[in-house]
Design a protein around this ligand. Structure first.
Ligand code: 5AD
Ligand code: SF4
Length: 455
């Protein structure tokens, strides 16, 4: 039987990318993925509501699909993810041409929900948040060639309730997946050629804390690293209050665990951290960074920053700048604060005007650009192993790969290197990447130890 056509649009974080992949895999017996909404019998939009205007973007995209549906009445439209959870019934009221709205805890029921659509039902809204949501094992082929990197969600939800954050309200309470399922999924990825796996969760450091007798996060890292053929292991996101010595030691003790940690600090001011309910201080954060660097001196550290949180004064903002200078982050992701539904901070008085938020954001990014470039310069002159992901800008012979530190490297080389590890010589640090020349492997060095630079 000919398969129907499925178009998936994904907004937001890596967890949403992962969820979209699971949707495709669950529907794969009867649907195949197409690259344009015009070709689809079913359109699924996986949405994100972490920051402002996310819902507006979703409504405007879905609005465009309305015209498609007028031309092709058989077309079904489904909305998944955090905006679906947040909007619920509202969504079908505001956009009556939407056939299905389902939240993150109902994701696994997709085949059943699609079957209901196919039998003529519409206006289906399934947004219940479960006490202990099920995260079943779904294994399948990876679409889109043979990717070398992949994500595996190890837990769902969050119990932290940072005052600005919508996640605990739309993804529910923290639940960990059984370790056996995680290992099986990683094995299947490695069998399909994946060499670099990132474990995902809103707060991976508390993995397994609610399950009695099971492994904690450090033990899980050991277990995953021992999957034969897995060369690189990463994880995100860590909460600074929960990053413990056991996990920090893994960076020194587990060969596959890459020298990169994303550790969102959000602000350098203790008063703002308190108002955000982050439950650590600037000093405690700095202390963890120091301990980590004592174990792995060369580790790359990246972070998230929010500017313009309610009550953030110029002095608080300067404390964030000085924290950036003190830590020396390799990269930052910075955002203007925006009030989110259901959150405590949304009830606080907004004291930083929009133009001032923008000024702080731009200034912060400029400040970090200089610091980040300085950090990247430590790699200049080194020979580094990279995993080649594909063509770089401009196509062949430009290639791009990634170091264990998670830095993108651009170089010239033969196409056969795609999907493989190779060693390159770092020539120059750019603002967010490195430029390198490839080093010919020993077999083509003609018995001579001199390096042959291709670019
Ligand atoms: N406003 C601005 N940024 C936010 N983030 C989360 N919620 C908000 C918000 N309401 C940022 C945080 C988080 C990242 C994923 O998004 O920095 O770490
Ligand atoms: Fe949101 Fe805080 Fe949970 Fe991260 S730890 S998902 S910022 S509530």
């Amino acid at each position: 039987m000919k398969k129907k056509a499925l178009y998936v649009a994904t907004f937001g974080c890596q967890m949403n990318e992962y969820d979209s992949l699971k949707m495709v895999q669950m529907l794969s017996p009867s649907y195949e993925v197409v690259d344009a909404p015009e070709k689809a019998d079913l359109i699924l939009v996986n949405t994100c509501s972490i920051r402002e205007k996310a819902e507006n973007k979703v409504y405007s995209l879905v609005g465009r699909f309305k015209a498609l549906k007028a031309r092709k009445p058989r077309l079904k439209i489904g909305i998944a993810g955090c905006v679906a959870q947040q909007e619920g019934e509202n969504m079908v009221r505001k956009a009556p041409y939407v056939d299905l709205v389902f939240g993150p805890h109902q994701l696994w029921r997709l085949p059943e929900l699609v079957a209901r659509l196919e039998s003529g039902e519409s206006g289906i809204v399934e947004v219940r948040l479960e006490e202990r949501p099920d995260i079943p094992l779904v294994i399948g082929e990876l679409p889109g060639g043979r990717p070398v990197r992949a994500f595996v969600t190890i837990m769902q939800g969050c119990d932290n309730f940072c005052t600005y954050c919508v996640v605990p309200h739309v993804r529910g309470r923290e639940t960990s997946r059984p370790p056996g399922d995680i290992i099986e999924e990683v094995r299947s990825l490695v069998d399909q050629g994946v060499k670099d796996v990132t474990l995902l969760g809103q707060n991976v450091n508390s993995y397994g804390r609610k399950e009695k007798g099971g492994p904690g996060f450090a033990e899980l890292l050991e277990m995953v690293a021992s999957v034969p053929g897995l060369r690189r292991l990463r994880f995100t996101t860590s909460h600074p209050k929960d990053l413990d010595d056991a996990v920090m030691s893994c960076f020194a003790g587990i060969e596959q665990l890459c020298e990169h940690l994303h550790l969102p600090v959000q602000s350098g001011s203790n008063e703002i951290l308190r108002r955000m309910n982050r439950r650590y201080t600037r000093e405690a954060y700095l202390d963890k960074i120091e301990r980590l660097r004592a174990l792995v001196p060369d580790i790359s550290i990246t972070t998230d920053i929010i500017v313009g949180f309610p009550g953030e004064t110029e002095k608080d903002y300067e404390a964030t700048l000085s924290l950036l200078a003190e830590v020396g982050f390799d990269q930052i992701f910075a955002f203007k604060y925006s009030p989110r539904p259901f959150t405590k901070a949304a009830e606080m008085e907004e004291t930083v005007p929009e133009e001032e938020k923008l000024r702080r954001l731009n200034h912060l990014l400029e400040f970090q650009n200089r610091l980040g470039l300085e950090r990247l310069r430590r790699f200049e002159g080194r020979d580094m192993e990279i995993l080649v992901e594909g063509h770089g800008k401009g196509g062949a012979p430009n290639l791009m790969g990634r170091t264990r530190h998670n830095v993108v490297v651009n170089f010239k080389g033969p196409e056969e290197l795609i999907g493989e590890f190779t060693t390159v010589s770092i020539l120059e640090a750019r603002e967010h990447s490195l430029k390198a020349s490839s080093i010919a492997p020993p077999s083509v060095r003609d018995g001579c130890t001199r390096e042959t630079h291709i670019a």
